[in-house]
Design a binder for this molecule. Structure first.
Ligand code: FEO
Length: 403
């Protein structure tokens, strides 16, 4: 946990959370920061908070203490988004301080009451509403619904050009060395990008059309600094994070990077043998690919790869007249994230009966995925040399389709 001053009177208070599943679901092997911001004019506002998990609220109280900010001096709580990773600590806050006023959207107000009850004044704000803290600090509010929940808004401080964006422009990862992009080289940021795409695809991706709208809306602000609720503060590369987010949002439609994601599962190694041939074809073609075995690979990692890939290869046996179950599970989650329009190819083994294709068709239809499949290839038992050649040939066909 740490404090970073970002402008006169404004500090980031950041807590790194590790060894847990984000949203109780997504693996975060490199942790995630949960960032809160204190803005001090004549009055003091706290913008967003931290989760309510054991020890984390105490960390935020400790950081405020280190900054010599009395809890009793916090007059305003600006809640850009009520998801408990940002708001969960309010239960702990209310035990020691109740004399504050909340500023949030109308949906945020509903959520505040649902989570915490009716205990403090709540000011429902709309686009362009302002909160004057005195001393030249005026915060304005801008609705960005569905980035990530319907309640989401951003807060802008014109005096420093800082956009407090909560989930928007965030990333997973641990940034203990520095909270600012300025302190990392382009190479280091390129290495971190996986954490941003993983965060985007796992948490925000399903709402990509709203991300595009949010970017357009924020385009009217003179943004010198993006200060999100997760990840780095962007100062010297403000345009990069905004344009990266625009790219990630557009990947949802299918025309993503020229990359292939190969997702596979195998019961007794028959489909696995064919996967080796498919991977060889990818290597021979010199195309960038990601390969994930299920169920061994967490969903979040698979979804991250699919998000950036224009083509997907699915390799699995038939299992009790359906797809190998972990493949069906991950495809169902990919469908919920609305990763549309991929080029795709399926192959796999069967024993006494097929059936995988029927379930794949059902999932594709359920989520209106709009994937373009080239002819699948199934083989009974172990793949023959001919099967392996057909699979290699279909992989090459898939690559051609991407061009
Ligand atoms: Fe970081 Fe949707 O909460």
């Amino acid at each position: 946990m740490k404090i970073s001053q970002i402008s006169e009177g404004t500090h980031q208070l950041s807590v790194t959370v590790e060894n847990m599943l984000f949203e109780g679901l997504w693996e975060i092997p490199n942790g995630v920061t949960i960032n809160s911001y204190v803005v001090k004019g004549v009055e003091t506002a706290l913008i967003d908070g931290v989760c309510g998990w054991d020890g984390v609220p105490e960390s935020l109280f400790k950081l405020l203490d280190d900054l010599k900010i009395e809890l009793s001096s916090i007059k305003y709580l600006v809640l850009n988004h009520l998801e408990p990773d940002h708001a969960g600590w309010i239960d702990d806050l209310l035990k020691v301080h109740q004399d504050f006023e909340v500023y949030c959207s109308d949906k945020g107000a509903e959520l505040y009451r649902a989570f915490f009850g009716e205990n403090v004044p709540i000011h429902v704000v709309k686009d362009l509403d302002r909160l004057d803290l005195g001393g030249g600090k005026v915060l304005s509010f801008h609705m960005i619904p569905h980035v990530h929940w319907p309640d989401a808004m951003v807060t802008y401080d014109a005096s420093s050009g800082t956009l407090f964006s909560c989930d928007a422009f965030g990333s997973f990862g641990n940034f203990e060395r520095s909270a600012f992009d300025d302190d990392y080289s382009d190479e280091e940021l390129a290495a971190f990008e996986h954490e941003t795409i993983r965060y985007y695809s796992n948490i925000v991706g399903a709402f990509s059309p709203f991300v595009i709208k949010a970017i357009e809306k924020c385009g009217g602000l003179e943004i010198k600094r993006v200060a999100p609720g997760h990840g780095l503060i962007w100062q010297s590369r403000v345009n990069k994070i905004i344009e990266d987010y625009r790219d990630y949002a557009l990947y949802q439609k299918g025309d993503a990077r020229k990359e292939v994601t190969l997702i596979w599962g195998s019961m007794y190694g028959m489909t696995g043998e064919a996967v080796t041939a498919a991977e060889q074809a990818l290597m021979d073609a010199g195309i960038k690919y990601h390969i994930h075995r299920v169920p061994e690979t967490p969903w979040g990692e698979v979804i991250t790869s699919v998000w950036t890939s224009s083509a997907v290869i699915l390799a699995m046996p038939t299992y009790e007249y359906k797809m190998f179950p972990p493949m069906a599970a991950v495809l169902d989650e990919i469908g919920k994230k609305k990763a549309y329009g991929r080029k795709a190819f399926r192959f796999g083994s069967y024993g006494w009966s097929g059936g995988a294709q029927k379930e794949l068709d059902e999932i594709s239809e359920r989520y209106k995925l709009g994937w373009t499949f080239i002819a699948p290839h199934e083989f009974k038992g172990r793949p023959t040399a001919t099967d392996l050649e057909i699979i290699k040939s279909r992989v090459n066909e898939l690559i051609d389709e991407m061009s």
